[in-house]
Design a protein around this ligand. Structure first.
Ligand SMILES: O=C(O)CCC(=O)C(=O)O
Length: 287
């Protein structure tokens, strides 16, 4: 469980077509957040590339623990900026290509020494078709990851990682929380169709269901032809209260995650020990 407190920041930026510009904008904001003294910084989904199924392959990079800046400039830059800033870095997400030339939507997490601590490949691909609204099919070009990712942050405890659409699948969050995560972190890029309906509801629900913090870091809104990202990055506490929130535009939000808020919520409303696994043993087996 979380050791005392953790100061965090979510960087809300939009991605454009120029990868180098996207990386340098991210670096500038990570440094700005670090200068405020935070220990963990989160970037948004697909921050280095346009969020488009036709672009993922062009921007994809191989992931390794010692990235070559020529081959994998984004992963190399993330490792370096974590080190320069001296922060834990949840590196948003980046299109990643493996040796079989499959492409994933991948979040890499770095230590303040620049080491790759873990990576999460988006498990639930964003395939939706809302008449008159958002239509997107990540599965046209992406492959799904097959693992729930829980990262041990040396000295702080564990976090669970999901990417955007992953937040809709409550099991991922529940399993990460049951395995000890004190925060569920979702690099994201919701949209102007589902954002107003579900973004806040999902963020607060995942926190409340599991009595942990949820941290949703979005891309900021950008004019067409860019992807219509929702914005409104937000942090919810274990009671489901919003404790930090952005609006549509670019910015950084800050929050303090406090272990005593988790303990207080769990003592006051002890749902985790009141679960009826005797009635739903099939779920107990999973977690
Ligand atoms: O779940 C949604 O409505 C949005 C998900 C999304 O934009 C994504 O997974 O990138």
């Amino acid at each position: 469980m979380l050791q005392k407190t953790l100061e965090i920041a979510c960087v809300q930026i939009a991605s454009g077509p120029n990868k180098a510009d996207n990386i340098s904008r991210a670096r500038e904001k990570v440094m700005q957040a670090a200068a405020r003294g935070v220990s963990l910084v989160v970037l948004p989904e697909c921050f280095n590339a346009p969020y488009s199924t036709t672009k993922f392959r062009e921007y994809a990079e191989p992931l390794s623990s010692s990235p070559d800046p020529a081959e994998a400039p984004t992963f190399a830059a993330l490792s370096q900026m974590a080190q320069e800033a001296g922060v834990l870095l949840v590196g948003g997400s980046v299109p990643e290509c493996d040796k079989l030339s499959k492409i994933y939507n991948t979040c890499a997490v770095y230590s303040p020494r620049g080491e790759l601590l873990a990576f999460h490949r988006k498990m639930h691909l964003f395939d939706i078709d809302i008449p008159g609204g958002m239509c997107f099919r990540e599965s046209d070009t992406l492959s799904p990851g097959n693992q729930i990712t829980i990262v041990d942050l040396d000295g702080y405890g564990k976090i669970g990682i999901g990417i955007c659409y992953d937040i809709r699948f409550a099991e991922l969050s529940t399993i990460a929380a049951r395995k000890g995560a004190f925060a569920l972190i979702f690099p994201s890029a919701f949209n102007t169709t589902t954002g107003p309906l579900h973004w806040e509801l999902l963020g607060r629900s995942r926190a409340l269901d599991n009595q942990v913090y949820s941290v949703l870091c979005s891309q900021s809104r950008a004019p067409p032809p860019s992807y219509p990202a929702w914005g409104y990055s937000m942090v919810s506490d274990p009671m489901g209260r919003i404790v930090a929130a952005a609006e549509e535009g670019e910015g950084i939000i800050y929050a303090t995650l406090d272990s005593s808020a988790i303990q207080e919520a769990r003592q006051a409303i002890p749902i985790s020990i009141q679960k009826r696994y005797d009635v739903y043993p099939d779920i107990a087996k999973l977690i």
